[in-house]
Design a protein around this ligand. Structure first.
Ligand SMILES: Nc1ncnc2c1ncn2[C@@H]1O[C@H](COP(=O)(O)OP(=O)(O)OP(=O)(O)O)[C@@H](O)[C@H]1O
Length: 318
């Protein structure tokens, strides 16, 4: 497992201690000891909060995950990336117990999730890719409801909800029904619901969807602070520059397998450098963007006559 720390995370005030303790130990052991000072006792490596081994998942004949191995440690932000349909959301849903029927082993917070226990779920937060949110409820009611599901007393959940929503600039909206919320406002409600109970592990599927630039900056800072408090954050997104900046480790899923797993610096070293976007396109073998765009625009410009002509040509073919 790669534990190297990434420099230049782009987040202003933070030392995001997102790597497992091995790198801390390495750092310590390389420091020359002053005379008279004894070496500190060796630290126990932290236990992974997520451990996945040989994970396979199929939908009918389609094999989506073909043997995934991965781990996440307290304090890490794992950027989970991959092309559309690669199986990122599926992996998250399997780890959350929302999707059934898999081969392999999934352990979350020390629990084999197939053992039927659910207490560990109270220590997990989730922002799904598509919000299934109760539109008829007000934001306050929705968050109080979510908080109670995670074991918070209603009054505490409401008070916390009010504060979190106000910090997201939604103080005026707290008692409005969610069906009156914009996309970005809904996302802020989802983010607040996911963290209301102060979970130890956060699963985020495109958490910045619909957020304006200022809100993106706020959420990046929030994630950095949560990670610095020891939360493990499993972060799936297509916004490569954000993944590049905030992740302590990046896991690239391609063709149902983990194609790369390491810090951004390590991925760069393996892939002739460049931005994460460039590394992504190189590692997923995607070089056809110009040709596809050309054909796409050509199709957009086709007239009904041209389409009919093309169709009759196809019909005439033997
Ligand atoms: N409930 C389902 N039934 C059948 N096929 C499914 C189901 N859920 C997902 N799939 C298929 O599994 C594959 C992986 O889907 P998934 O949503 O996990 O991909 P993803 O990496 O999250 O994609 P994206 O980046 O587009 O969000 C896709 O081919 C999808 O069609």
């Amino acid at each position: 497992m790669l534990n190297e720390r990434k420099g230049g995370n782009g987040l202003s005030s933070f030392d995001i201690s997102r790597t497992p303790p091995l790198s801390v130990q390495d750092g310590r052991s390389s420091r020359p000891l002053p005379p008279g000072e004894s070496a500190p006792p060796p630290q126990e490596p932290a236990q992974p909060v997520i451990r996945v081994r040989g994970l396979r998942k199929s939908y009918g004949a389609k094999q989506v995950l073909k043997g995934i191995d991965l781990e996440a440690y307290p304090g890490q932000i794992i950027g989970y990336i991959g092309p559309n349909g690669a199986g990122k959301s599926t992996t998250q849903k399997l780890m959350l117990g929302l999707e059934q029927g898999y081969d392999g082993y999934i352990e979350v917070l020390g629990h084999d999730i197939s053992d039927g226990s659910s207490e560990y779920k109270a220590r997990i937060g989730y922002v799904p890719e598509t919000a299934e949110i109760y539109d008829m409820l007000t934001a306050r009611e929705y968050l109080a409801f979510s908080g109670q599901l995670y074991g918070l007393p209603r009054e505490a959940a409401e008070r916390k909800a009010e504060r979190l929503l106000a910090l997201f600039g939604l103080e005026e909206m707290v008692d409005r029904r969610i069906d009156a919320f914009s996309k970005g406002m809904r996302q802020k409600v989802m983010l607040s619901a996911a963290v209301l109970h102060d979970p130890d592990v956060l699963f985020l599927d495109e958490p910045l969807s619909g957020l304006d630039a200022g809100s993106v900056a706020v959420v990046k800072e929030i994630l950095a602070r949560l990670a610095a408090r020891g939360k493990a954050i499993f972060y799936s997104s297509h916004i490569m520059d954000v993944v590049e900046k905030i992740s302590s480790r990046i896991v690239l899923l391609h063709d149902g397998k983990v194609a790369a797993d390491g810090s951004f610096a390590e991925l760069q070293a393996r892939s002739e450098g460049g931005s994460l976007e460039r590394i992504f396109t190189r590692m997923t073998g995607f070089h056809e963007q110009e040709a596809i765009a050309e054909r796409f625009c050509g199709t957009v410009a086709m007239t009904p006559e041209q389409l009919a002509e093309e169709a009759s040509g196809e019909n005439e073919r033997p």
